[in-house]
Design a binder for this molecule. Structure first.
Ligand code: G3I
Length: 385
C-alpha cells in the first residue's frame, strides 16, 4: 500500500503544481495589473467609452509587429477599414470571401475586444454585380442573403454592425443609392435592420454617416431612427463618422447632435475619427465639393508639410483634439465608443483624399507607430481630471 514517502511525494507534487498554478496566476495578474497600469488610450478612457481604430488588411493579418503591439496596447475595439465591405466580402453573387474577415474576428477575440462589423449596406464599394440588379424583389432577396450569411457567420462574435452607411444627402434627404432606387424608397433601411436584428439579436445595430453635425442632416437621421422605432425595429446607435478638420465643425454643432441623437434613446459613437492637418480644396474661396481634385495633385500649397508639421500646426491639432475629447468626456454618459479611422498617419485615407499623394497627420500615432505630442495631450485630459 502507499508508504509514507509516496503520500509525501504526492503532497509535494500537488503543492508544487499549486505553487506553479499560483505563480502562473500571479504572473497573469501582475501582467494584467501592469497592462492596466500602463498609460494607454484604453486604460485611460476605459471607464468612459470604448476606444479603438480601423485596421487595414496588413494589420488584420498582423504583418506589421509594431502595429500589432500598438493595437493590443492602446485599443479595446476594432473596425475593418475595408475588408468587410460588399465588394470585398461578397464579390460575386454566389461567392463570399471570408478569409480576412475571419482573421479580423479572430484578432479581436484574441485581445478580448469589442468587434465592429463595417458595413452591411453602403452605396460605395458595392460589388459590381449588384449594379445589374434592377428588380425590387430581387434586390430585397440579395440584401437578405447578404445580411443573413454574414451576420449569422459572426453571430455573438461581432458585437456591433454598421447596418446602413451614408444613406442621406447633405440636406438630410434620402440618398438615391442603388438600394433606394431599385426598392423605390427607404424601405431597404427597415429591411436591413430587421434582418440584422433577427440574424443576431445580441449585436448592436448602428446607422452610420458623415457630417452628422449638420443641422439639416441631423433631421434626416432623426427621421430614420424614429421611423425604425415607430415600427418596432431595433436600432441601438447613431455612428457619427467624425472626419473633421482643425477648423471645423464647431464643438457646438457636434454637441447639439450628441444631445439630439441621445434624446432618441440610442447611443452615440464616433466611428471614423480623424482630424486632417491639410487644407481642403473646397475651403478655397468658391471651390465647390467635386469628385476629383486631380488639378491640385503635386501643388505644394495643398501639401504644405511633406517633411513634418510645423510647431504651430502641431499646436493647432493638439488643441483641436483636446477640445474634441473634452466634449466626449462631458457627454460620456451618451457616448459608447470612439474609433479612429486608422492606426497611424501613414495608413490614413487622408493621404490620398481628397487629393492624391499628400502627407497628412490626422491621427495620434506617427508613421513609426510612435505616440505624437497630441497623444499625450489627449491622455493628459484624464490625468488632469
Ligand atoms: O483593393 C484594391 C487593390 O487591389 C488595388 O491594388 C488598390 C490600388 O488602387 O486599390 C485597392 O482598393 C482601395 C481600397 O481602399 C482598399 O485599400 C481603393 O482603391 C480605395 O478607394 C479604398 O479606399 C477606402 C475608401 O473608404 C473607399 O471609399 C479607404 O481605404 C477607406 O478608409 C474609406 O473608408 C470610408 C468608410 O468605409 C466609410 N466612411 C468614409 C471613409 C472614408 O472614405
Amino acid at each position: 500500500m502507499f508508504k509514507k514517502i509516496h503520500v509525501l511525494l504526492i503532497l509535494v507534487s500537488i503543492s508544487f503544481s499549486n505553487c506553479n498554478e499560483t505563480k502562473k496566476e500571479t504572473s497573469e495578474k501582475t501582467l494584467a495589473l501592469d497592462s492596466k497600469a500602463t498609460p494607454s488610450l484604453k486604460n485611460s478612457f476605459g471607464e468612459d467609452f470604448l476606444i479603438g481604430a480601423a485596421l487595414n488588411t496588413n494589420q488584420i493579418k498582423e504583418l506589421d509587429a509594431s502595429a500589432a503591439a500598438l493595437i493590443e496596447k492602446e485599443f479595446n475595439t476594432i473596425t475593418p477599414e475595408n475588408d468587410m465591405k460588399w465588394e470585398q466580402i461578397h464579390p460575386n453573387e454566389d461567392a463570399y470571401f471570408f478569409d480576412v474577415a475571419d482573421a479580423y474576428v479572430a484578432l479581436g477575440q484574441k485581445h478580448d475586444m469589442h468587434i465592429v462589423g463595417h458595413t452591411l449596406l453602403w452605396h460605395s464599394q458595392l460589388a459590381p454585380w449588384m449594379s445589374a440588379v434592377n428588380d425590387s424583389l430581387a434586390m430585397a432577396n440579395h440584401i437578405e442573403n447578404h445580411i443573413n450569411t454574414i451576420v449569422k457567420r459572426y453571430k455573438g462574435n461581432i458585437h456591433s454592425w454598421d447596418v446602413v452607411n451614408e444613406a442621406l444627402n447633405e440636406d438630410g434627404t434620402p440618398r438615391a443609392s442603388q438600394f433606394y432606387k431599385v426598392m423605390g424608397g427607404e424601405s431597404y433601411i427597415e429591411h436591413a435592420f430587421k434582418l440584422a436584428a433577427k440574424a443576431d439579436p445580441s449585436a448592436q445595430l448602428i446607422y452610420n454617416d458623415y457630417n452628422l453635425w449638420k443641422p439639416e442632416k441631423r433631421k434626416g437621421v432623426i427621421r430614420i431612427v424614429k421611423n425604425l422605432q415607430d415600427k418596432g425595429i431595433k436600432i441601438d446607435g447613431v455612428g457619427m463618422q467624425a472626419h473633421w478638420s482643425v477648423e471645423g465643425p464647431s464643438i457646438e454643432d457636434i454637441e447639439n447632435s450628441i444631445i439630439a441623437y441621445s434624446a432618441l434613446g440610442v447611443k452615440v459613437m464616433f466611428t471614423e475619427l480623424d482630424v486632417t492637418a491639410l487644407p481642403n480644396p473646397w475651403e478655397l474661396n468658391g471651390a465647390a465639393v467635386e469628385q476629383s481634385y486631380e488639378r491640385y495633385e503635386g501643388d505644394p500649397k495643398m501639401n504644405p508639410y511633406p517633411n513634418g508639421l510645423t510647431a504651430e500646426a502641431k499646436e493647432k491639432i493638439a488643441k483641436r483634439y483636446e477640445a474634441i475629447f473634452n466634449l466626449f468626456l462631458k457627454h460620456k454618459d451618451k457616448i459608447s465608443r470612439v474609433t479612429f479611422w486608422g492606426v497611424n498617419d501613414g495608413q490614413s485615407w487622408l493621404n490620398n483624399w481628397p487629393i492624391k499623394g499628400r502627407t497628412n497627420y490626422p491621427l495620434l500615432f506617427d508613421r513609426n507607430f510612435q505616440p505624437k505630442d497630441v497623444y499625450h495631450n489627449v491622455l493628459r485630459l484624464k490625468t488632469n481630471e
